[in-house]
Ligand binder design. Structure first.
Ligand SMILES: Cc1cc2nc3c(=O)[nH]c(=O)nc-3n(C[C@H](O)[C@H](O)[C@H](O)COP(=O)(O)OP(=O)(O)OC[C@H]3O[C@@H](n4cnc5c(N)ncnc54)[C@H](O)[C@@H]3O)c2cc1C
Length: 465
């Protein structure tokens, strides 16, 4: 098979939230940029229908802007932006229509001239003394050698950095990995009866899990606040009477939650997060993931029927579709020059080398109805330093998104889509600046210069709790 050759300034591997953020930022900053994605469409988990978490803190302050804003604005233009909502539990999040999101992403990538490479997987790397010279792209009909001055690993799994020899971690000493889940949507949901049911069943909800959000209110007052907000931002907890009772009766598979969030007002549609298989499956093992797809689909169908039978507002609702793929919460973390800890995240620690922020609680799903949820202090935000994006031993490579350098606990918050967009934005801008300056090691880039540029591009680096 003949080899094709391509050459770019910046090559971004992985077209999820992080890769999109990185490619847009790099191209916008003047670099010739290619975005490589194994699947048939860009978006990754942004297309699952889930809320984009971590762009606001629990107090409602925006902590991630810049590229994220541009994508949201495009969704808004097409009536696909429901906007920031509070869950009156721990966080504020942004709800979007995942079908509109598909178009919004393409529009912004096109605006800045990012070269798309869909249906294309990186299967190998060519390295020399800590420098990736090129990666091997495998498409259906041929292989391509893609060389670039800088590479951004936004594969979620740290594929590129791991292939190039950077140290990685998986899980912790216990070997536990977060469960796999499959998101799905239902349309024709009536908010009126659903929100009344929520208001009248506060003991079945998770609400007020941080002091900053609770602000002295009772569960009933927080359920009333959800009702008053007028949108279904609902978390039925696995150990509450509504869901816990159903699990005990065998009507629902064991789970920590039925989480409901709006995706489209026009279709009266919501996204539902309820399914799980918790068998410590490593998401990079395709055959192990494939093995549980049918089980997750049966859980989807069972939850659909359970909601229609037992949850007011769902009586005449219709199953409206599933996420494009099984959701994988946890695989490799690529160890970098800085390793963000769970204590720093939970403590809302601010850092000199900040390049973006995080605000979502630490969220580690476990088996059965178990889930670790640790709030960020004071409803505030923590800083992610540049060193989290710089893999040890590699010179012209950065990571962005789920695979950045953190301990396992911090990964429970940095994995959110808001932080993936934010770390992507920072990595893309940094790569373009390195290309422009002729740096052959990303460590030559002064972080203060990167911060100035990121602020100019609308990133939030300071001024929030
Ligand atoms: C079940 C579940 C529920 C969640 N709930 C929420 C939520 O409500 N809100 C929230 O904000 N976050 C949520 N998250 C977390 C969040 O969705 C993900 O952690 C985040 O989207 C990861 O973004 P990413 O860009 O790092 O990776 P991804 O979105 O996974 O994108 C990586 C992309 O890289 C591609 N790729 C991988 N390897 C290669 C390769 N070798 N070559 C080419 N392409 C490759 C993949 O096909 C993929 O499209 C949830 C996650 C899961 C799994």
């Amino acid at each position: 098979m003949s080899l094709k050759h391509l050459s770019y300034d910046v090559a971004v591997i992985g077209g999820g939230a992080a890769g999109i953020g990185a490619a847009i930022a790099a191209a916008k900053s003047g670099s010739r940029t290619i975005l490589v994605e194994a699947g048939p469409i860009f978006g990754g988990e942004l297309l699952s229908g889930m809320s984009v978490d971590g762009v606001l803190n629990g107090r409602g302050e925006w902590v991630v802007r810049g590229v994220a804003d541009e994508i949201f604005e495009e969704c808004r233009k097409m009536d696909g932006f429901i906007g920031p909502l509070h869950d009156y539990r721990l966080i504020c999040y942004v709800c979007v229509d995942p079908e509109i999101m598909k178009i919004a992403i393409m529009r912004v990538l096109d605006r800045y001239g990012v070269t798309p490479a869909l249906y294309t997987q990186v299967t190998d790397v060519v390295t020399d003394n800590g420098v990736i010279d090129s990666v091997i792209l495998t498409h259906k009909n041929q292989r391509t050698v893609l060389s670039a001055k800088y590479f951004i690993d936004a594969s979620g799994d740290g594929d590129v950095a791991a292939m190039a020899g950077a140290p990685t971690e998986l899980s912790d000493e216990k070997g536990e990995l977060q469960p796999l889940s499959l998101m799905f949507r239902m349309s024709g949901v009536e908010n009126g009866p659903l929100l009344k049911f929520v208001r009248d069943n506060a003991n079945s909800l998770a609400v007020g899990e941080s002091e900053a959000v609770r602000a002295g209110r009772t569960d009933e007052e927080l359920a009333q606040a959800i009702y008053d907000q007028g949108e279904p931002t609902i978390f039925f907890r696995g150990n509450g009477p509504f869901l816990g009772g159903a699990i005990q009766r065998g009507e629902m598979a064991p789970t920590a939650l039925i989480m409901i969030m709006p995706t489209s007002k026009a279709r009266k549609e919501v996204c539902i997060n309820a399914t799980r298989v918790a068998e410590n499956i490593n998401g990079i093992n395709a055959l192990d993931v494939s093995r549980v797809v049918s089980r997750l689909m049966e859980q989807v169908w069972n939850t659909t029927n359970f909601l229609k039978a037992h949850c007011p507002g769902f009586e005449n609702a219709t199953f409206a579709g599933m996420a494009p793929r099984v959701g994988i919460r946890e695989t490799r973390r690529v160890m970098g020059e800085y390793v963000l800890s769970g204590d720093e995240a939970a403590g809302a620690v601010k850092q000199r080398d900040v390049i973006t922020k995080g605000a979502h609680h630490i969220d580690i799903h476990q088996d059965g109805s178990r889930q670790v949820r640790i709030p960020i202090a004071d409803g505030g935000s923590y800083d992610i330093p540049f060193g989290c994006l710089v893999p040890r031993t590699l010179k012209n490579v950065m990571t962005a998104g789920r695979c950045i350098s953190t301990d396992r606990t911090a990964n429970g918050t940095t994995r959110m889509m808001g932080q993936c967009l934010g770390t992507g934005h920072a990595a893309g801008t940094a790569a373009a600046m390195c290309v422009a300056a002729g740096h052959d090691d990303v460590r030559q880039l002064p972080v203060a210069r990167l911060q100035t540029k990121l602020r100019e591009q609308g990133a939030v680096l300071d001024g929030t709790h």
